[in-house]
Write a protein of this length. Structure first.
Length: 88
């Protein structure tokens, strides 16, 4: 399992890394959503099985990272499909 940084730098794929960061920077959450995320008071652990080359994964990962930025109780770890095969 990996951190967001490791996921982001997987396979030395700078083109998809730039795409991922661009999506994250475009996300604008409503004030209500921000407040609800900040008000989470229990730890939430998420295992995201994602590949940086996948457009759907880039979309979902962007929101997960935005949520984690807003609340340090939200912990996200990343795994490739191959690494997580035994879990699937």
């Amino acid at each position: 399992m990996a951190t967001f940084e490791k996921y982001l730098n997987s396979e030395g794929d700078t083109e998809n890394k730039e795409r991922q960061l661009k999506i994250i920077n475009k996300i604008i959450l409503s004030d209500e959503s921000v407040q609800k995320i900040k008000n989470i008071n229990k730890e939430i652990k998420i295992l995201a099985v994602a590949e940086i080359y996948c457009p759907d994964c880039r979309a979902v990962v962007s929101f997960l990272e935005k949520f984690a930025e807003l609340n340090d109780k939200i912990k996200i770890e990343y795994s490739t499909r191959e690494e997580a095969h035994e879990l699937l």
